[in-house]
Design a protein around this ligand. Sequence first.
Ligand SMILES: [Zn+2]
Length: 60
Amino acid sequence: MSKKCSCGNKADYAVHDDAQPKCLLCMLEAVDVPIPVLVRTLDPWEAEPVKPDLVDVIDE
Ligand SMILES: [Zn+2]
């Protein structure tokens, strides 16, 4: 199971400072604003499920 966008599609991008998982279409929608928006591709390990108790360690 991969990380999912809020619309239900597979997420390929991390958007905003809190790295919200987004698919291509939702990412394009999120950046369609007059201000800079932080976007990057998800790393392969991020697209895979991570044990919840490891997330805090990895995020540091
Ligand atoms: Zn989406």
